[in-house]
Structure formats: C-alpha cells, structure tokens
Write a protein that binds this ligand. Structure first.
Ligand code: ADP
Length: 423
C-alpha cells in the first residue's frame, strides 16, 4: 500500500523502538536496514529506514538521510519523520540538526518540530531542558556516554550550533493549553523566521497534543514516542484503517545469545543481574582484544551450551571505558568491540543460534549488518521501545531484539527470553 509516513532513524535500536511504538496501534509497519537498493514494492503504511549515522561524518549522514527520503517519497510518503535518540545523543559536530535542515530543503518546508521526550522511559522536556528521570540530561549517566557524552541539558543550546536558522521553543505552559495553542505558537514562530521548534513534553498526554498540532507539518523530528499518536490521528483523518491484529511470526528455536556493547548505567545493571542468575558470561576487554584479537572469546563461545543463552559483554563502568579509550582512542575502542561482537554473532549463528539479544545502539547496528539482515518484521514488545523482531540471516529465520542503552529494566535479558517463549 501507499506509505503514509516515511521514517528515517539514525540508529538501529532507534528504528526498532520507533517501529514497535507505531505497531502498537495495529498499523502495518515495515523496517528496512539501510536504504533499500531496490525500488519500493510491497510497502507498508509506515516505513522505517534504519541508518547507522548517529556518529557518522556529517556529509555521510546527510547523504544517507536524503537517499532514504528519496526512497520513501517514491513509496508514496508525503509526511516524514526523522528519529534520533530520546537523550538527543549528538556531539558538537552532531548530525541531528544538519540532517533535519537537509530534509527540510528536500521537502521544501520552512519549519520542523523537535521532541525527543519519551515519558514511558522517563525522558521529558521542560522549558527546553531534557531530563532523564529527575536528573537534567547533563547530570544523568549520559554525561559519560562512550561516544556522545551529553554535557549540556538545554536543547536550544545543543541544537543551535548545528543549524543555520533560528531555534525556538514551545514550552509546557503552551502545550497545556492544547493543540490549538500549540499550532498558533508554531505559526507565530514561523512568522518570526523560526525554523527549528523544540517542544516541551513531560507526559504521554502532552505528546498527543503536540502530535495533533503538528501532524500537518511534512517533517517531524524527535524520539520515537512523539510518533506514537500519529497512526490513530491518520486513521481519524481517513488516511488509513487500523487493524488491531498484529502479524504473527514463527518463533525460532531456543538457541540464544546475548551480546552487550552498551556501557549505559542500565545495561551495566542488566549485565550484573543476568550474571547473577548464573548465565554463562564472557567479558571482553578492549586492551586484550587489541593485542590478542578475538580467538579467546570465539573458543569460549564454541564450548557453550546455546540453550543457556550465554552472554558476551564489553559493558563496563565509566572509569574503565575511559581507561580503554585513553590507550586506544575513543573511536578505535568502540569499533574494535563492535567488530568482535559482530564476529561472535556470526559464529553463534553458524553454530545454530536463532535468537539474538543485543544491547547498545551502535553495537546493534554493527551486529545487524554482520548478520546480513535487510528487513525486519515487528513482534511483541519486551519493554517500552524494545520489540522482538523477526528476520532472516544467511537463509535462517531468526529473532532479534535490539535494546538501546538505557531501555528495559534490570531483568531485561531474562525477560526478553520469557516473552519469546510465551509467544
Ligand atoms: P548505547 O545504546 O548505550 O549508546 P552503543 O552500542 O550505541 O550503546 O555505544 C557504546 C559504544 O561503546 C560502542 O561503540 C561500544 O563498542 C563501545 N564500548 C563498549 N564497551 C566498551 C569498553 N569497555 N571500553 C570502550 N568502549 C566500549
């Protein structure tokens, strides 16, 4: 069918997060890894293209997003969504603003909205400042992220250096007045030449108001949650019919592996919890890997009972991450671990693993690419923003879940397996 909303995500976990939230409505959602090389065929009402461009060089990120836009437009989309992290992960040279401006130019629009809030995962925006739970972003564990340490909580200050046109805010007081007030505020800001509008949101009800007020805009940007109300709004507008029945997927056999390259506070807690359950676990050390390669972990993996869902992790506390980065360099340390976890994923698949639980946005991108996955069906949600997905790798049906760093509760790794067993 004709695509109604064309979505571009800057990492793979973000793409599955967005696809999962859109699919909650019963809408048909299709997720493709990278810009498809074939022209659109058999497209869904909601198409999500997953890029791995969050920390890519700016020109590369823009080129990929524009190519994704062209494909989505060809699929019939007239509305577009640029998805980034609900913690606005982005360095000073970051790609969120530049990609938004490039998409605005392609679409021919002079205003877009930025709303990374995800209240179910405790990400909220108040007076333009992003909070993780009760902490300002820059005081949250995100200040120590290995690739995109967030040292400012103010979205206007974070975005302004990334864009050429004015940045403005529609604050919570206006949102509380309802969709009409928000839309009027957008129009007033547009008249004053403001192209980039950050919008406060602290609860799902705010997102409903903002989505109602901004659904006429051809480009929206934000975390996944602001897109969640869109299917119902489009259905109310007569653009699509929602079918509450989700697609059923064959659940592959239980041989499983858990691969964790995220160093977020929550992933550290999840790794600790999973190890405490007695699950077999192997810790990767970047310095040892740099000297000795992946032979030791591959030998360990070859001896594991895959029915016990072994864990291979590089997850570490900030001090240890900084020490590794000090010796190897930030990008080299990250790339090395992503490569080794990808090699482990392929080895595990070749040994019969059919269920993959992956933690970390960049890590998920690397693992998914290595597994040669090109499109994903969306299944049951394990935690807000983290669905099981079903796809093919080297001719085998596999189940894959891609968990963004801070998502899920402490029991996520065991819970994910239980959710699949129950499906
Ligand atoms: P998140 O979703 O938490 O942001 P990512 O996978 O996107 O997780 O980013 C984590 C990055 O940190 C990856 O590039 C990963 O390879 C890197 N990394 C993981 N463990 C370590 C470590 N012990 N030392 C240095 N870098 C690490």
């Amino acid at each position: 069918m004709t695509t109604i909303l064309g979505c571009i995500a800057d990492d793979f976990t973000g793409a599955t997060d967005l696809a999962g939230l859109l699919a909650r409505s019963g809408a048909k959602v299709s997720l493709r890894i990278g810009v498809p090389t074939e022209p659109p065929a058999d497209t869904a009402a909601f198409e999500v293209i997953a890029l791995k461009s969050r920390t890519a060089p700016r020109e590369e990120a823009i080129d990929e997003a524009v190519a994704a836009y062209a494909w989505l437009k060809q699929a019939g989309a007239q509305r577009f969504f640029w998805k980034y992290c609900s913690t606005f992960d982005s360095t000073a040279k970051g790609n969120i603003g530049p990609v938004a401006e490039a998409l605005m130019a392609e679409i021919g629009t002079d205003q877009t909205v930025y709303c990374p809030a995800f209240p179910e995962n405790r990400r909220s925006i108040f007076m333009g400042n992003l909070f993780v739970g009760e902490q300002p972003l820059a005081e949250s564990p995100m200040k120590d992220h290995p690739l995109t340490p967030m040292r400012d909580s103010n979205l206007m200050r974070l975005l302004a250096p990334q864009v050429s046109r004015d940045v403005g805010l529609v604050n919570r007081l206006t949102v509380a007045e309802g969709p009409h007030a928000v839309r009027t505020a957008f129009d007033d800001l547009r008249a004053a030449g403001t192209a980039h509008v950050i919008v406060d949101a602290v609860a799902n009800g705010d997102l409903d108001i903002i989505a109602q007020a901004s659904r006429h805009l051809p480009l929206l940007t934000g975390g996944s949650a602001i897109a969640m109300p869109l299917p119902a709004l489009y259905a109310a507008d007569g653009l699509l019919e929602l079918n509450a029945a989700h697609a059923a997927y064959a659940v592959p056999k239980a041989q499983s592996i858990v691969l964790s390259g995220s160093c977020s506070a929550m992933t550290n807690a999840q790794v600790a919890h999973y190890r405490a359950t007695g699950a077999p676990a192997y810790q990767l050390d970047p310095l040892t890997l740099a000297e000795q390669g992946a032979d030791a972990v591959l030998a360990w993996l070859a001896q594991q009972d895959l029915g016990k869902a072994p864990l291979i992790f590089a997850t570490a506390e900030p001090a240890s991450v900084q020490a590794a980065q000090g010796t190897l360099g930030r990008d080299k340390a990250g790339a090395l671990i992503e490569e080794v976890l990808s090699t482990c994923a392929v080895a595990a698949r070749d040994a019969g693993t059919r269920r993959f639980i992956v933690a970390g946005g960049e890590t998920s991108g690397a693992v998914t690419k290595a597994l040669g996955v090109s499109s994903l069906g969306i299944g049951a949600e394990i935690a807000p923003g983290v669905p099981w997905t079903f796809c093919e790798s080297a001719g085998h049906a596999i189940a894959l879940t891609l968990k963004s760093g801070n998502f899920g509760s402490e029991t996520f790794f065991s819970h994910a397996q239980a959710v699949l067993n129950a499906s």
